[in-house]
Design a protein around this ligand. Structure first.
Ligand SMILES: Nc1ncnc2c1ncn2[C@@H]1O[C@H](COP(=O)(O)OP(=O)(O)OP(=O)(O)O)[C@@H](O)[C@H]1O
Ligand SMILES: [Mg+2]
Length: 230
């Protein structure tokens, strides 16, 4: 239940009004199964861009991403959608919850997409919402939740199918220290229990230091940061 990730020579450029914006200029690294990797770097360095590519939500301009031996650039759109749903949990920097659905329904969504029966999906969603401390907010829609609660629902939704690869973009950026610590503890616990491979973007040096390994993004490339926990 763990993912092995190989990223080679990844490049990503955006084109905006005839101008080419090179965000990633040759990013290569490997994440071992069960490893926890922190991605750091200043605002605009390309962290979210990288995470979206790893999550197969966007295509690189060049280079390859191989997850568990499967080259994602060779997969069809349908295959990718299925692969993402089954194996990848994604927590966006901006949570992207569905506004018309409750916390419980939002969390159930990936399971329903995978055709898990409704009652079972609800049971799992309730359990994982409990783990992020939201048992008392199951019936609230996103506008009826605080920012940090919305972020926790997004995390619950990412975890509901126990993905082998968790990609999280500042998942505790909006939380107070104590709640954030609780979520970090949950992530470390999940990693220990299920060996979930985790790539996490963070500006929090204390959190980064507890991850197994750290990379910093700079000038479109990544460099190792000394001081991971492993
Ligand atoms: N669709 C786009 N078109 C043009 N430029 C873009 C597009 N998306 C992102 N960029 C640019 O790419 C750069 C990297 O953006 P990205 O969101 O990956 O940064 P980030 O490291 O996640 O920053 P932050 O810490 O602020 O979240 C930014 O300078 C941004 O302006
Ligand atoms: Mg970002």
């Amino acid at each position: 239940m763990e993912a092995h990730l190989v990223v080679s020579d990844l490049e990503k450029s955006y084109f905006l009004r005839e101008k080419r914006i090179e965000v990633l200029r040759g990013v290569s690294f490997t994440v071992q199964p069960g490893e926890m990797l922190a991605v750091e770097g200043p605002s605009g360095a390309g962290k979210s861009t990288l995470l979206h590519l790893l999550g197969t939500l966007d295509q690189p301009s060049r280079g390859r991403i191989v997850i568990d031996g499967r080259d994602t650039s060779q997969m069809s759109a349908d295959e990718l959608a299925r692969f993402r749903n089954q194996h990848i949990g994604f927590v966006f920097q901006f949570h992207h919850l569905l506004p018309e659905f409750t916390a419980l329904e939002n969390t159930m969504m990936p399971a329903l997409i995978q055709r898990v029966p409704h009652a079972e999906a609800a049971r799992r969603a309730e359990a994982v919402l409990g783990e992020v401390g939201l048992s008392h907010r199951l019936e609230h829609r996103p506008v009826e939740l605080s920012g940090g609660e919305q972020q926790r629902v997004a995390l619950a939704r990412a975890l509901v199918l126990s993905p082998k690869l968790l990609l999280a973009d500042e998942p505790t950026g909006n939380l107070d220290e104590e709640t954030g610590e609780g979520i970090h503890a949950l992530l470390f616990d999940l990693n220990r229990r299920m060996n979930m491979t985790t790539v996490l973007v963070t500006h929090n040096p204390r959190l980064a230091a507890r991850m197994g390994r750290r990379l910093r993004m700079r000038d479109g490339r990544v460099e190792p940061v000394p001081g991971g926990a492993a």
